[in-house]
Design a protein around this ligand. Sequence first.
Ligand code: GSH
Length: 217
Amino acid sequence: MLTIYGVYRSRAARNYWLAGELGIPFKSEPIIQAYRLADPNAADAPPHTRTSAFLKINPNGHVPSMDDDGLRLHESLAINLYLAKKHGGPLGPANLAEDSQMTMWSLWAANELETHALQVLTHRAGKPELRDPKLAQAAIDTLRAPFAVLDQALADSGHLVGGRFTVADLNVAEIVRYAMAAPELFSAAPRVKAWLDACHARPAFKAMMAKREQEPA
Ligand SMILES: N[C@@H](CCC(=O)N[C@@H](CS)C(=O)NCC(=O)O)C(=O)O
């Protein structure tokens, strides 16, 4: 049985979205980020990332984690690459070349985009008292070049690998989503905009977001 540890308002969202795309059964263990709790040590605190029970599952103290019949994995993008390969079909790689390209795009998004996209999210759409427009602008300036790379990569087929929607699109789209509070990035990269809109029109994405909306902000 597949268990995904994490709330929908976390990077576990990308795993819930993929599980929906694959149509696989799974159990969700709603582990919330400790920093989102007023008092993580309170007796009535919900299960969170810094409990001793969860640290035994993931010593990093982060969500998501996954357990699949005893195989324990952390790192949201690695979990998705594993699930796409295990369950096969068009979302996963058809051969080693596609597998490598899917890995490449996932690592690219984690390394080239994620930190800066999270800065956009925090400083353009986060708690108003914590926003710093200068940090938002610096992140947006940094993201212009990788957005141009992504825009060009989408020129041929509108997808990243194999001319179809795959786990590579999903992994990258979930990171690009954090930058949506910077519309200027998308107007400069119209293929990225069209691609992200198409990703977000998928029923499994909408189902994941609906669950996310049900969770407290
Ligand atoms: N690179 C990791 C990052 C995991 C991560 O930082 N998760 C955040 C939530 S999105 C977390 O669990 N923070 C809780 C904490 O640090 O206590 C991944 O992609 O899975």
